[in-house]
Structures are given as C-alpha cells and as structure tokens.
Write a protein that binds this ligand. Structure first.
Ligand code: PEP
Length: 246
C-alpha cells in the first residue's frame, strides 16, 4: 500500500504573530513539493491566524496537544473541537515533552487521540524510548507497549511518530539500522492489530532531523516522513527536509 509522505513541524513554545512571515515562506516552498503533505503545528495562540494564512494552500495547520474532553472546567486546556474550530486539521498527542512535563500516560494519550478523531482531526501519536531504555535493550518492548496503549482501536486518521526521547533536541540520531528496526517492528504491530487498514497508517521518524541528515533518515524503509522540531523553525531548512520527497 502506498502511503503519502508527511512532514510535520512542531514549533513547540515558539512563535509570535510576526512568525506568519516564516509560514508564508513555507507555503511558497510547499507549492513546489506536491508529493509530500506538510503540516505546521504552531502554539495554539497562532492556530486561527495560521489557518487563515494557509487557506487554499498545500500546508495544513495542527495543534501540539488537546484535552480528551470536548468542553468543561479544565483551565488552560484546549479541546480538539476548539482546534478544529480554529482551522486546525491535525494535532500532535503524546509528545515526550507532554508525557514528561505533564505526566501523560498511554491511556491519557489514547483518550486524546480519540478526542482528535471525534473532532475530525488527524492525530499524530508520539512514541519513543528514553536513553536508559535503549541502553538496557528495552526499546522494542517500550515502543511496542506505547503503540498498543496510545492508539485508538480504530486506526483511521492516525499517524504514529517514532521519536526516541534521547534524540529530541539533542542533535543525536539513531543509526539508519536502528530506525529501520523500530519502524519495521511498529509496522508489524500495526498490521497485526488493524489488519490491512494498518498498512495505511503512516509512521514518521522524529528526533534531530535536519537538512543534512534527512536523506539518510527518511530513506529508511518504513519511514513515511518526519516530525521536525527545531529545524521546522527555519523555513528553508524545513523545506529542504521535505524536499527529500521532491
Ligand atoms: C520534536 O520535538 O518532535 C522533535 C523532533 O524535536 P527536534 O527535531 O528538535 O529534535
């Protein structure tokens, strides 16, 4: 089954109103990259204006997190329905920084992924092992359990992002062989859980992807694109990564 590659940029807690200038550069570059789907995930303060700026363009906008509930007494949280209403098409859930800083469990991440589906958003569900887990040889067990626990029972409208925690924002990356091993294990797991439809679920790699290492990492079998953090803040670099799919 062919899967359309996806490159998503996670801006994390970066971006002000004037960052729309960077978004415009990404939109202009995206016009020349029809083979790849591009999503920019700015902070929630920018979602409505970015959605407006990307209207009719090949770039979609995503949130970085959502609450599991559709509304209610949850000060400071944002519902998937609100992201959708603001013009988002996707949302990242279970990023390791959320798991770490907000104690999000697999069950909580799964509830968020379900909320995303309920609201009509593509859920980008993040999984990945810590340095200690990799060193102890537990990577496949940890990532497998996260995939099982964090994904909804219906695999439609879900993307998995394999992001080794130790590779995020560090400049360190796994070898191509390590990436291949984890991605093929995830792919097998998706196949046994969802059957044929599981073959359509895209599995992204994330963790210190940049213009220089993109071709090595994105060229690995079973890698269907990238979730990009730091490098997504530089339009030319983000587009160079996506340009792998030229
Ligand atoms: C991320 O936070 O999702 C990420 C991949 O970050 P970076 O590219 O900066 O490692």
């Amino acid at each position: 089954m062919t899967r359309r590659p996806l490159v998503a940029g996670n801006w994390k807690m970066n971006g002000l109103k004037r960052s729309v200038d960077d978004l415009e550069k990404i939109i202009a570059g995206a016009e020349r990259l029809p083979k790849v789907e591009l999503i920019v995930c700015p902070p929630s303060t920018l979602i409505a204006s970015f959605a407006e700026a990307t209207r009719g363009s090949p770039v979609a906008i995503g949130g970085q997190d959502c609450h599991a509930m559709a509304s209610g007494a949850h000060t400071g949280d944002i519902a998937a329905e609100m992201l959708k209403d603001a013009g988002a098409a996707a949302v990242i859930v279970g990023h390791s920084e959320r798991r770490r800083d907000h104690g999000e469990t697999d069950a909580a991440v799964r509830a968020k992924a379900l909320a995303a589906k309920r609201a009509g958003l593509l859920a980008i569900v993040c999984v990945g092992e810590t340095r200690a887990e990799r060193q102890s040889g537990a990577t496949l067990a940890v990532v497998g359990a996260q995939v099982d626990g964090s994904l909804p029972d219906d695999g439609a409208d879900v993307v998995v992002a394999y992001e080794p925690v130790w590779a995020i924002g560090t400049g360190l990356t796994p070898t191509a062989a390590d990436v291949a091993e984890v991605h093929s294990a995830i792919r097998r797991r998706l196949g046994s859980r969802y059957g044929h439809s599981g073959q359509g679920i895209r599995v992204l790699y994330g963790g210190s992807v940049n213009a220089a290492n993109a071709s090595e990492l994105l060229g690995v079998d079973d890698v269907d694109g990238a979730l990009v953090g730091g490098a997504s803040l530089k339009p030319a670099e983000f587009l160079a990564i996506a340009g792998f799919y030229r």
